[in-house]
Design a protein around this ligand. Structure first.
Ligand code: PPE
Length: 305
């Protein structure tokens, strides 16, 4: 169960958690056209709270809405401010922030020209997405029989509500088979991303990740690439096949919710020795240091509240 906080920002106003409700004719509920973000805030070393890469998340929210032709009736500054205020009013030292842009009620059918575009911002505490043990010891990943969307079926760069049906199908399939997370291949059979994370592999000291073609341009992915380059690593953004993953030295997933989660097994093949590898651990450490304000080099990624 989501741990309730006090207030939800909805259409420009704070409402008590239990009163932030929508009508059942809410268009997004029927047809899945909506966009959202997932952002984390962390308590930093000096005790203050900082939101990680807020501006980039808000920009991606507006980009998603632009692609989906959903005019957001606020500016990016207003949404940034609303995220900060929602965290503040709920007195959360750390937590997950979920801005959701959706189409309200009005007409039904597939041409909701004049239905309002509505925005809600919710904040709640969210621990390790793939479990504390997963974060420490690594998880078991299975390739799903469901493939990632074709780029002309869904807008794969956007964080669109309806895109996640594909993720849920994949996640259900593999968790029911006893695995922790689903890997999805693209329509040509190359490794794309996990149900809610991007994927990285390490081979002979080189970090590789699929290019942003049919996947979400993860903000954690981007952070990891920068951290890795600053550590002097070579990073390649190239397509690779699943068997290349099987023989990787290290594999890990990246995402706002999942942070940097090591992968110890893919499709029942051990990755390396079946434990988080040294570069994975180094990047995980660098990531947590950045989000917690321990490294001044990445201060520009933090919005203190
Ligand atoms: N791919 C997908 C499909 C995805 O959903 C996410 C985020 C990522 C990659 C990583 O993106 P980024 O967070 O910008 O590094 N997934 C969100 C979903 C969590 C949920 O279950 O809800 C997240 O991590 O917030």
């Amino acid at each position: 169960m989501v741990e309730k906080t006090k207030f939800i920002w909805m259409d420009g106003k704070f409402r008590p958690w239990d009163e932030a409700q929508v009508h059942v004719l809410t268009h997004t509920l029927h047809y899945g056209l909506g966009t959202f973000e997932g952002i984390r805030a962390y308590q930093t070393v000096d005790g203050r709270t900082a939101i990680f890469r807020l501006a980039e998340h808000t920009e991606r929210l507006f980009d998603s809405a632009h692609v989906m032709q959903m005019p957001i009736p606020y500016t990016q500054e207003e949404i940034n401010h609303a995220c900060i205020e929602t965290l503040r009013i709920n007195e959360q030292k750390d937590g997950y922030i979920r801005p959701l842009v959706f189409i309200g009620d009005g007409v039904m059918g597939l041409h909701p020209q004049n239905n309002p575009t509505r925005v809600a911002i919710i904040v709640w505490p969210w621990g390790a997405y793939l479990g504390d043990e997963g974060l420490r010891r690594g998880i078991r990943v299975k390739t799903s029989s469901f493939i990632r969307h074709h780029v002309n079926i869904m807008m794969t760069r956007t964080k669109t509500v309806g895109n996640y049906v594909n993720s849920i199908l994949a996640k259900r399939e593999v968790t029911q088979a006893g695995y922790d997370e689903a890997l999805l291949l693209d329509t040509e059979g190359f490794v794309a991303e996990a149900s809610g994370e991007n994927i990285f592999m390490v081979k002979k000291g080189i970090l590789e990740t699929p290019p942003v073609s049919a996947i979400l341009a993860g903000i954690t992915r981007d952070s990891i690439i920068k951290l890795a380059q600053d550590l002097g690593l070579v990073v390649k953004e190239e397509r690779f096949s699943r068997d290349k993953l099987y023989i990787a030295d290290e594999v890990f997933l990246s995402g706002t919710a999942a942070e940097v989660t090591p992968v110890r097994e893919v499709d029942d093949r051990l990755i390396g020795v079946g434990q988080p590898g040294p570069l994975t651990l180094e990047l995980q450490k660098a990531y947590f240091a950045a989000v917690k304000g321990e490294n001044p080099r990445y201060a520009s990624w933090l919005t203190y509240i």
